[in-house]
Design a binder for this molecule. Structure first.
Ligand code: GTR
Length: 319
């Protein structure tokens, strides 16, 4: 009604229309990624006096990450926070971030993501129907299982390891001698409990918050990959927003990153301590060399395209 009156008066009605957006995350409400999204929502609320309302659906209520991304592309979900892993099959360049032992440290990863390479990868999502708004942290992923401690790839022979829906991840486990089983995150607990898989791999906070430690007591600090998280918006929905609102969204997403990273750093320590207290058998003195050597063929396989090879070289040169 107000919008109609304003447009009769020749005023920009759209500027007054309230906008309701839905954001999805597989993690629970207290997890750093969800709190990052919440801070985005709070900023939008404040900046627009409630005109832009971002409602968050945590705990995989809107599906697993592959479904979430598909729905986001088709406009059924407005914003998704996912790992970059499930994006690999949609946007090949993102596969580079799933390559093992690519980033030397958290600092290196953050420098790359915050710089021109990070911007390039986010911008490259647009032709695929997604607007890349920000990166969140996910630390390093480690191997865990319910069978035996893993010290070297030899210990993983024949182990059925759940991976994200990403070809790079499937191949990563295969090169180590494991049997990769791609599945959505929400099914992992039950599959471990039933023994349909032997193990999985993930960072400390996810291992703890998903309670996988209850059904997989062997955790090896392999730190084999640091795959970032991403906040993406539906391009379909994005194009319906004014340039001003698009800028507000970008800003709110970007502004949520430092908070998310602080929460992340703190949560890694809390989760690690909680796992020690829970009696998990933690193998922390891992010699990474055999893992690196075994996974080297992945680089040859995935970097046949000179553009991707160049991208990896540029990432390595960042310091
Ligand atoms: C977590 C990540 C989730 C999800 C999960 C998985 O580290 O935060 O977005 O991708 O891993 O393994 O499915």
């Amino acid at each position: 009604m107000l919008a109609a009156l304003l447009s009769l008066a020749g005023l920009p009605a759209l500027a007054w229309e309230s906008i309701h957006l839905r954001a999805s995350d597989v993690h629970d409400a207290g997890y750093p990624t969800v709190r990052g999204l919440q801070s985005m929502a709070d900023r939008l609320d404040l900046a627009t006096q409630g005109r832009i309302h971002l409602k968050i659906y945590p705990g995989a209520q809107l599906g697993d990450e592959r479904d979430m991304l598909e729905m986001t592309i088709f406009g059924g979900i407005d914003i998704s926070r996912t790992s970059m892993g499930p994006l690999n099959s949609i946007v090949p360049e993102t596969g580079v971030f799933s390559l093992p032992f690519l980033f030397r440290s958290t600092e290196h990863m953050r420098l790359v993501l915050d710089g021109p390479i990070g911007d390039e990868i986010l911008a490259g999502l647009e032709p695929h129907g997604l607007i890349g708004l920000a990166y969140y942290d996910a630390g390093a992923r480690n191997m865990y299982n319910r069978v035996r401690p893993i010290h070297s790839p030899a210990d993983m022979q024949g182990m059925k390891i759940r991976v994200m829906n990403s070809r790079v991840f499937v191949d990563m486990i295969s090169t180590l001698g494991g049997n990769a089983t791609p599945m959505g995150f929400a099914q992992v607990y039950e599959s471990l409990a039933l023994g349909t898989i032997d193990g999985a791999e993930n960072n400390w906070p996810t291992f703890e918050s998903s309670r996988h430690f209850e059904v997989a007591s062997q955790y090896s600090v392999t730190e084999h990959v640091m795959v970032p998280e991403v906040v993406v918006m539906s391009r379909y929905r994005w194009r319906k927003l004014s340039a001003g609102d698009q800028a507000l969204l970008r800003e709110a997403a970007r502004d949520s990153v430092p908070l998310m990273r602080n929460l992340w750093d703190a949560r890694v320590k809390v989760s690690r301590d909680a796992m020690v207290a829970a009696g998990t058998n933690i193998v922390s003195d891992i010699d990474k060399q055999p893992f690196m050597a075994a996974m080297q063929p992945l680089y040859d396989r995935y970097l046949q395209d000179p553009a991707l090879r160049g991208l990896v070289e540029r990432i390595r040169a960042v310091n």
